[in-house]
Design a protein around this ligand. Sequence first.
Ligand code: BES
Ligand code: ZN
Length: 467
Amino acid sequence: MSETTSRLDDVMQRIDADFEGSVDRLCELLRIESVSTDPGHDQQTAACAEHCAGMLEAMGFEAEAVETPGHPMVVAEHAGPTEDAPCILYYGHYDVQPADPIELWDHEAFDPVLTDSEHGRRVVARGAVDDKGQVMTFLEAFRAFKETRGSLPCRVKVLLEGEEESGSPSLDPFLESNVERLKADVCVVSDTGMWDIRTPAITTMLRGMVYVELRVHGPSSDLHSGMYGGAVVNPINELARLLATVHDEHGRVTFPGFYDAVATVPEEVRTQWRELGFDEDGFLSAIGLDRGRGEDGFSTLERTWCRPTCDVNGVYGGYTGKGAKTVIASHATAKLSCRLVADQDPEAVLEGIKEHFRSRLHPECRIEFECHGCNPAISVPTDSSWLTAARGALTDVFGREARLIGTGGSIPAVGSIREILGIDSLLVGFGLDDDNVHAPNEKFELTCLRNGIRSHAAMLEAFAGLR
Ligand code: BES
Ligand code: ZN
């Protein structure tokens, strides 16, 4: 055991002794159906914010759920040992994705179940890993410090958002009007993954996103496909034709200017990634596939970490019920998102998307666009003393060096916190690739929960030595 962890013996013992309590508190949080995207869940989402504020308050934080035009922000603050102790802002989100398709869950999505796994035990519920279980990793570390030492080694601020899964519409205005209140030396985020169950990771690159819904309109009403079929434009056929033009034969996205600003990853970073020994076959076989598919000339890791993409996330129109109905629909819709990488301008990408579809549209059709999110890719500095301290703490806890990794996912708040508060983030997450993020049977391994709590305790102690 290293020096830091042995200095933290009392805190670590407390974490272990109260671990079942941590699991119970996580389960309580998971029972609240905080689905931010669905107005039918607004009351539960607000209740979840109150619940989080209550947990923080009970731990001695000054905490409140602050109203926004959307879902509330949970804001909390705890004094440190001294006024000039380092100040750490912890960001996470208490909202979750919808549970759909519910018929594919083995249990009710909001009734957490503990089951055995090859790693010990796991908790299965919507939000288990994204992000309630991960939020609990730092909250429970605070609790262990408070209960053993009566205080925290740093000044701590907490910001828990309730709209992360639905594009963070209230976040920027909220940050803008709370700059002083949220000011800190560094922001710590636990909403990403580990390298594998034994190896911690610090994520240094997040992709950005442009999410757009496009609707193709044709005839003024739905038509009998026998009376009109073959003689008039069919919006669903048109939409399918348009969507088929999004990639060329080399797997490259065809929107004008899409690759203009894309930064190339330095050779030393690509080399470091190759040395990670990514198990591409395992990654694919775990999802029932034999080979990857994407942009020619790039590995699977590069395709997800440093190359921009376009994926259709949903298509609908016409008759989708049981049986057959012979109809030509008057309109058809697709939801489409691009993951962006360093230096791409989300607004410029959005314009390119519109131009691409408008210029190819059949003259008898009309197209509408609705943007659901536009945020740039983010890189975090890899040479900061915060990152070095966090790395050391993770090595102490896991007995293995943390890997520096990229991720294909997006956390818009990280860019906003950099832009508006001027604070860099440290992305230390405890999820695994097979946690079923956003899918049925989402889970969090209890060993990840426990190591996450221990890691946050060790990091907090390590941060206290900086300044
Ligand atoms: N926690 C995820 C981001 C993530 C996913 C990081 C997988 C690492 C691995 C986050 O909550 C999320 O899902 N974000 C959305 C953002 C979108 C709604 C703007 C995403 O990436 O799709
Ligand atoms: Zn998340």
